[in-house]
Write a protein that binds this ligand. Structure first.
Ligand SMILES: O=C(O)C1=C[C@@H](OP(=O)(O)O)[C@@H](O)[C@H](O)C1
Ligand SMILES: C=C(OP(=O)(O)O)C(=O)O
Length: 423
């Protein structure tokens, strides 16, 4: 499907973004291995999270999805062997996190996914899970399809070479099944939704800066979970409202967990006008309304410890940088190369087609703010974040922009174009 984007004059209004993708995945997986009923409100019905539901159903979990709620009849820690291959679709989170649960199961499971998933590195989870005692085979170079036979696991001490919440969560889920404590050390803090949610369900996870101590459990207890809005989805409208003249937009009920708010810090440092109000804590997670008004942005350097706190927002930050004064330098973001697409390459190539002054580097991009783009025909590479970022670029471009394969936005943000049209 192609989408045509036209320039927009100003964005005004009150919007809600869909439920957080990371929290939705975790609620399904943790609810599945808990005892009793878990009810999830605000669940993200994006394709990635629906893949997680399908995988857990194949492992014997009864999950009912209706208009308002997801209801899970938890099976407890031990699941049923699937009689077919698990298909994670486009979702790296599904594959990496579910492997942690499967490492504790005394049966064999085969997993695969789409063309993009088959190119994403899985050695990063195969290594620690193998150290814990899981038996894993994969296609050459640690790519999916992947087969795992779980069983009795050992607690390990693991120093993670990269800051990745998926790797951390995978080890954390496996540690529930281990014989003793597992210690995980992260180079920098990454999103901590697994830690917060596991503790809600009765696990014992202790965090001291970047060291996480995970204790085995005998059971987890079903919970009522309310999923807040996804800041990664809000990011498109945070940037759009900052750069489209005369805008004033409030996004309600967004998760503002500090491990995810790098986008707010960056836009504020660039000179953005962002106000946070109506703060609450729901299921251990901070939630608030975010109001954004147009402002003059300036280029900055984005590197180091903040990168994991905004990793999925770098494509849309690149768009903000085009409409800032001066140069924005993004460094230490090599992880972008192993997402749904190589986001350094794809964003550089497509923004260039629209006239941006942007250079691809080994670990990021350099963008000179020129304050103008022209409409063009651009490719999403079936990467939802690239499609949405280019759509926001399109509303600031002169002339029309065509986004090819734009339906991929449904992976994380079904209804994205409806919200954009409504504003
Ligand atoms: O744990 C999660 O839910 C996620 C972690 C991040 O990936 P990495 O752990 O690979 O950095 C992020 O890019 C992804 O969209 C979701
Ligand atoms: C990288 C992403 O997701 P995943 O790793 O789950 O495919 C994303 O949503 O941007």
């Amino acid at each position: 499907m192609e989408i045509q984007i036209n320039a927009k004059k100003s964005l005004m209004g009150l919007i809600k973004v869909p439920g957080d993708k990371s929290i939705s995945h975790r609620a399904i997986m943790i609810g599945s291995i808990a005892e009793g009923i878990t009810e999830i409100e605000g669940f993200l019905r994006g394709q990635d999270c629906l893949s997680t539901i399908e995988c857990m159903r194949k492992l014997g979990v009864d999950i009912d999805l209706n208009e308002k709620l997801v209801k899970i009849k938890g099976k407890g820690l031990y699941l049923k062997e699937s009689n077919s291959i698990l298909d994670v679709g486009n979702s790296g989170t599904t594959l990496r996190l579910i492997m942690g649960i499967l490492a504790g199961q005394n049966f064999e499971t085969t997993l695969t996914g789409d063309e993009s998933i088959k190119k994403r590195p899985m050695g990063r989870i195969i290594k620690p899970l193998s150290m814990m005692g899981a038996d894993i085979k994969s296609r050459e170079n640690n790519f999916a399809p992947i087969r795992i036979r779980g069983g009795k696991l050992k607690g390990i001490n693991y120093k993670m070479p990269i800051a990745s919440a998926q790797v951390k969560s995978c080890i954390m889920l496996a540690s529930l099944y281990a014989d003793k404590k597992t210690l995980i050390e992260e180079p920098y803090p990454s999103r901590n939704h697994s830690e917060l949610m596991l503790n809600c369900f009765g696990a014992d996870i202790k965090v001291d800066k970047n060291i996480i101590s995970c204790y085995p459990v005998s059971k987890l207890y079903g919970q009522k979970i309310s999923v807040p809005g996804d800041i990664s989805s809000a990011a498109y409208f945070i940037v759009a409202s900052s750069i489209v003249p005369g805008s004033d937009v409030t996004i309600t009920g967004v998760n503002i967990n500090p491990t995810r708010t790098g986008i707010i810090d960056v836009i504020q440092k660039m000179g953005g006008n962002i106000k946070i109000s109506n703060r609450k804590i729901i299921n251990n997670e901070p939630v608030a309304d975010i109001t954004v008004k147009t402002s003059s942005l300036k280029g900055i350097e984005i590197s180091g410890e903040i990168i994991p706190r905004l990793i999925d927002e770098i494509p849309i930050i690149a768009v903000a940088a085009v409409f800032a004064d001066g140069t924005t330098v993004i460094k230490n973001a090599e992880e972008l190369k192993v997402k749904e697409s190589n986001r350094i390459k794809t964003m550089t190539r497509e923004l260039k087609k629209m006239g941006a002054d942007i250079i691809e580097t080994e670990d990021g991009m350099i963008i000179n703010g020129t304050h103008c783009l022209s409409g063009a025909e651009v490719e999403s590479y079936n990467d939802h974040r690239v499609a949405m970022s280019l759509s926001i670029a399109g509303i600031m471009a002169e002339g029309k922009t065509i986004i090819k394969n734009a339906e991929c936005v449904d992976i994380s943000y079904p209804g994205f174009y409806d919200t954009l049209n409504k504003l």
